[in-house]
Design a protein around this ligand. Sequence first.
Ligand code: JFZ
Length: 473
Amino acid sequence: MKSIKIWSLCLTMLAASYAQAQQKEQIALKYGAQYSGKRTDEAMNKWRSNRFGQFIHWGLYAIPGGVWNGKTYNYAAEFLKSSAHIPTSTWDSLMYQFNPKKFNAREWAKLAKKMGVKYMTITTKHHEGFCLWPSKYTDFNISRTPYGKDILKELVEAYNAEGIDVNFYYSVLDWHHPDWRYDIKTPEDSIAFRRFLDFAGNQLQELATNYPTVKAFWFDGTWDNSIKKNGWWTYEMEKMLKSVRPGVIVNSRLRADDYGKRHFDSNGQLMGDYESGYERRLPNPVKDLQVTKWDWEACMTIPENQWGYHKDWSISHIKTPLELLEMLVQTTSMGGNFLLNFGPAGDGSFRPEEQKIANTIGDWMQQNGQVIYGCDYAGWEKQDWGYFTKRTASNQINMVVFNVPVSGILKIKAPAGTQLKKAYAGTKQFKLEEVAKDQYFIHLPVQVYTTPQVIVIETGGGGKGGQYQEAKT
Ligand code: JFZ
């Protein structure tokens, strides 16, 4: 017994001195995080309360849709140029075929509205380098296609008219631009890459200036050594965008610090305004609660790994509306945003599977959106039946139930001293039973449920918890 106490004392001291050493070891950084903690300004609060967004990958890759010279490439459709080893000039001439006859920005925006998203993030330029807006810094853009019109402008106007925020995805990596480099190995590389960074900086300034309602920039293609060796540029871009467009939001994927450390700087501080590393996976709802300390967003594909339009969706599992809904709810329950990807076809239409998903999720969101929008991590212990969310700045706790036990009993462990007063759904009230200190049962009718059930619980202080005896061990 005594030796255990001494050991634990030693360990505590060791931990304390380690923490102190850690604090002292803060490295001076010129290009590290620009602030610490969560942003609490109006623009960021809006971004956070949006919770559900639509990601759109659309570019020249939508035309071949993963098929080249009769051969289907299973890898991500937006990577076809690289997986089928297509020369740049051949790929780039797809531009002359870009004429989406069925494209209707207002219909896209209506479908998004129906699904219940509050923001949309569109690929202004993906790795292929093709620009959906008439950029004055490259000819490789929408104005030289048979379509000719500014697609970005049409989308911004149509989505904004539906009350949906628009954010810009921008790939720094650029397969078209002759000055792009994967690494800087020679003085020539540095000169060329410097020109490239000027080009990208000009484009970003152009986007921020010409589309004044843009709410956020979603950077991608920043993982190569060339960018890691130029952390200063990512720092400057974050600053520049925020000065051109006050309140604008930038994801962590843009950023590298003085030492090429990405997302989190050499002192462990998040760079940019939110963490965007969760891609096609979610944090574990029990083990990864550290994510509740910062803002974050997870992006998700419907097939296994297709962002752009792929003709053949039989290659992988296609997520169901219920699977995606559960991901959205889980993400909200951990204080994150969920960005669900769509890849429209080359003719500007959404495939039927995507329309079905949007409509089915939308039906549920129209009834139950109040447990998603403006909601956050509740701080209650995770239970097997599903997820808790909490309405920001209120005592309202929501339960979203995906797995009703055969007994119909939902177990709840409330935070110490919290009393549950009522459990209801609309006008329906459920039997609520206090079974032990801070522990409750909610009794649901035993039946087959086909949609996630929402239960709101009302809490107050001082339960009769005192009557329960805790076990002595
Ligand atoms: C990138 C792109 O290459 C892809 O085409 C798509 O646009 C996606 C949203 O982003 O792919 C990534 C980027 C980062 C990771 C994985 C794939 N990552 O951090 O694991």
